[in-house]
Design a protein around this ligand. Structure first.
Ligand code: NI
Length: 159
């Protein structure tokens, strides 16, 4: 590794109060997780999005995509940030490549302004076993709490 790169790396390491070997271990772990996730493994994910709930059909599309995920959704958190914006955090488990694909579709929807997905894999078999035996802790309400439920239900193909 060239010395200028190593010098900057050491400065980062110092700023976060860790050691060079800890930093290398974290980088290695992240690279391994990224590679596993691409292959499609058992994973847990959090998908965070900020969206404008006034955008036509967006709430309906989000609800439909979440219904497609079914029991893979473990919990959701919804906050009405301000007059226009909602923040949603969706906790899911399932095959990493499928979770990533559906997250990409959700994040590409018109009206979704910010967001990202974090995937974690390599959980112990015990955790995966326990996870399968658990029911989702929270049932997602069908209606988005902005009164959209009063509008006629539309079945639209997602673009
Ligand atoms: Ni909202």
């Amino acid at each position: 590794m060239e010395s200028s790169l190593l010098k900057e790396f050491d400065e980062l390491v110092e700023a976060r109060g860790s050691t060079r070997s800890e930093a290398f271990r974290d980088l290695a772990r992240a690279a391994v997780v990224t590679s596993r996730v691409r292959r499609g493994v058992d994973a847990v994910a959090t998908l965070t999005l900020v969206y404008d709930h006034h955008v036509k059909d967006l709430s309906e599309k989000l609800t439909e995509l979440q219904h497609d995920l079914g029991e893979r959704i473990r919990s959701t958190l919804h906050i009405h940030l301000d007059h226009d914006h909602c923040l949603e955090v969706i906790v899911m488990n399932g095959r990493s490549d499928q979770l990533q694909a559906i997250a990409d579709r959700i994040l590409a929807l018109k009206g979704v302004k910010h967001g990202g997905i974090e995937l974690y894999s390599g959980l112990s078999p015990e955790t995966s076993e326990r996870k399968r035996s658990l029911q989702p802790s929270e049932t997602r309400p069908h209606a988005h709490p902005h009164g959209e439920d009063e509008r006629p239900r539309k079945r639209k193909q997602l673009s």
